[in-house]
Design a protein. Sequence first.
Length: 399
Amino acid sequence: MNKLTIRDWDLKNKTVLVRVDYNVSFNEKGEIVDDTRLRLTLPTLKYLLENNCRIILISHRWRPKGKVVPSLSLKPVAKYLAQLLNRKVVFVSDYRNKNREEIIKEMRNGQVVLLENLRFYPEEEVNDLNFAKHLASFADIFVQDAFGTVHRLHASVVGIPKFLFTVAGLLLEKEILHLTDMIENAEHPFLAIIGGNKISSKIGIIKNLLNKIDSLIIGGGMAYTFLKTYGAKVGNSIWEADKLDLAQEILHLAKEKNVRLFLPLDHIIAQTVTPETEIKETEDIDIPDGWIGVDIGPLSVDRFAPIIAKAKTIFWNGPLGIFEIDKFASGSLKIARLIAQVTERGTITIAGGGATVTVATRAGIQDKVSHLSTGGGAALEFLEGKELPGIAAIKNKEK
């Protein structure tokens, strides 16, 4: 990213608009469940503060669909960020209100402002250029540091760069460098671990990775569609009847390219996807009628462990079970800890995607992998070889 990052330009005393990804969840007590996304932006923010900048932060939070949803406000995020930065963070609710605009325009050097959830405004997701121009009017330069959104055609991704010189933040730079290096210089054996619910959302990355990897572990809900192609019983588990041909195609491609493909050998099953439900282990690959596969079982973990141990490069995207419920999280957490162990021995490990970041944090390994990627869909599209609109917008502004 030659001359495209904040290090390459004189930003001293500038007013800087920074797109971050503070799409975090809170529990019933009002506590942030996982603050990884906030902490990963700190190097960019501290660099800008060292240069005496005035910082205006913009982010989305979940999907309010263009309406004001108080429970999705970024106001509590501002309070938490103030603790991380050890300085006041001013929160601005309606930044199209003239009175509140004055708060932004009267900022002092070293001051930090966080604007309300971008997606409270319907103009954000339709890339309304008037909305983008309004946001751009607050600052001298735009810093894109939200890797998780650079695949979106939104006003805060591709609209603002039309009106404001744009550079990458340190987190975005780090994401691009790590993912590029993994694809171009991966040491073998190269293992990919892909989880999540649907084959359809991962088909592009799987096909592209089959040209580069040596082994592929598939888990999560998508595994049941693959198991169906072998005639296995999947009970009431989630699977995609219209994607059986796609699963067969992937199995065929893996064999053609000499990629060893591994599926779960056993499962943790339940009759309902609720915290109070009874769970049990299957004895083999089949799931009885009336039961749902909710996690990989101990035999699967034992089978996957030596494959992970031998790998020199690992890319992990997606949980291997319904990790949101503690009873169903064991397999994902065990795999996460195995990945952390091999990282200590020198294996290059990249864990990517929102849910994957949450699993890594719950397992206590968020600082024990080579790189924890904040991008889910963005990381997958980047690894498919697609040019992401938010990154292209930066390149097109190079001087």
